[in-house]
Design a protein around this ligand. Structure first.
Ligand code: 5GP
Ligand code: MN
Length: 341
């Protein structure tokens, strides 16, 4: 039996024997977290299951239009209700993450809950805080994995419009609309089914991609023009943004999304970093092209993690010290960045 067939069987058994299911995504949920969560929600609803949803914090504007998004309870906004939902559920499905800390303030309540727990995810090295860990790092998005699991559980394709749209959003956002990420022919066959089912593709692409504010576009120009350093000797580039920079461009949550990918469009650049100054730490995002494993880089130096070509972490120091530490550890990786094994 393949892993997928085994997972499908075990997941089906757990879902069928549960009567109060909670779906929870990770902090700062991206399109894949919300898409995968909503896809599973629509499927379970269609089977008459009682399902609730929680997100540790707010959804970004570009995801709020999605069918069912209004049913997602935001933990930090409605703690009392969310703690009750966590306590009452008999099955908790954690979606698109593999570390309990990604649950934010909900972590303690979820890990202590007596419900059975499942993780559905596509990151490497899942932590086994769950009774069932359904993971496949070869999938470009958790939404792709969810599509396959549901197709299996349903004994054939399940394609309601809200479900199809949710899977579509998950896959396009985790691949930058098929610009990067580990998407395959399999992914595109799923996308073909979804498009043929009649989703409003242009409408979705416009909401997700062509919906920036003027300030956000100007911040991007500023970041590239004034805050990017290219280090050809390491085939690398980094961008930093200070708190003042963000304030000057009336920064809204999500505005810097995608900036970290931009330097990878420069010829010869295989590694890119974005450093954003926060109150008492610096948030770092990493991206690579090819074989430089940014998940290892993030976990070794910045207490973070992620995927081979997309990862992130944090550093508790000033922006200035973080940049200097980043440059030191970059130097340590010069060999790998220059293609040595
Ligand atoms: P982003 O750069 O878009 O914030 O994150 C890219 C990927 O890196 C995420 O999908 C997530 O897997 C991972 N990631 C980002 N920040 C962190 C972090 O602080 N800790 C861990 N473990 N993973 C992170
Ligand atoms: Mn994902």
């Amino acid at each position: 039996m393949t892993d997928l067939a085994k997972y499908t069987k075990e997941l089906r058994k757990l879902l069928e024997s549960s009567s109060n299911i909670l779906l929870i995504s990770h902090i700062n949920p991206d399109g894949d977290a919300v898409g995968a969560q909503l896809a599973l929600y629509h499927y379970l609803n269609s089977k008459g299951k009682k399902v609730n949803m929680i997100s540790p914090n707010n959804l970004q504007e570009f995801l709020k239009w999605m069918d069912g998004a209004g049913e997602i309870n935001v933990f930090i906004r409605n703690r009392k209700k969310c703690i009750r939902l966590i306590g009452e559920s008999d099955l908790i499905v954690m979606i698109d993450f593999n570390q309990p800390s990604r649950l934010g303030e909900a972590e303690k309540y979820v890990t202590e809950a007596h419900a059975k727990k499942v993780i559905i995810d596509h990151h490497l090295d899942p932590l086994t805080i769950a009774d069932l860990v359904v993971t496949d790092p070869s999938k470009c998005a958790t939404a792709e994995l969810i599509y396959e699991l549901i197709t299996g559980m349903n004994n054939g394709v399940f394609l309601s419009k809200p479900f199809a749209e949710a899977i579509y959003v998950g896959i396009i956002t985790d691949t930058g609309n098929f610009e990067y990420g580990t998407y395959t022919g399999n992914t595109l066959r799923i996308i073909a089914e979804i498009i043929d089912s009649g989703i409003e593709k242009e409408k979705i692409l416009n909401v997700v991609y062509n919906n920036f504010s003027v300030d956000r576009m100007k911040l991007q120009g500023f970041a590239l023009n004034k805050r990017m350093t290219v280090l050809p000797e390491y085939h690398s580039a980094y961008i930093f943004l200070t708190k003042n920079d963000l304030a000057e461009f009336n920064h809204e949550k999500g505005d810097t999304e995608g900036f970290v990918n931009l330097p990878l469009s420069i010829g010869g650049i295989v590694f890119s970093a974005l450093l954003i100054e926060k109150d008492n730490f610096v948030k770092l995002s990493f991206r690579s092209k090819g074989s430089f494993p940014v998940n290892e880089f993030a976990s070794k130096y910045f207490a973070g993690g992620g995927h081979m070509n997309a990862s992130g972490g944090e550093y508790y120091d000033s922006l200035e010290n973080t940049i200097s530490y980043f440059l030191t550890v970059l130097k340590e990786n010069a060999g790998k960045l220059n293609g040595e094994k």
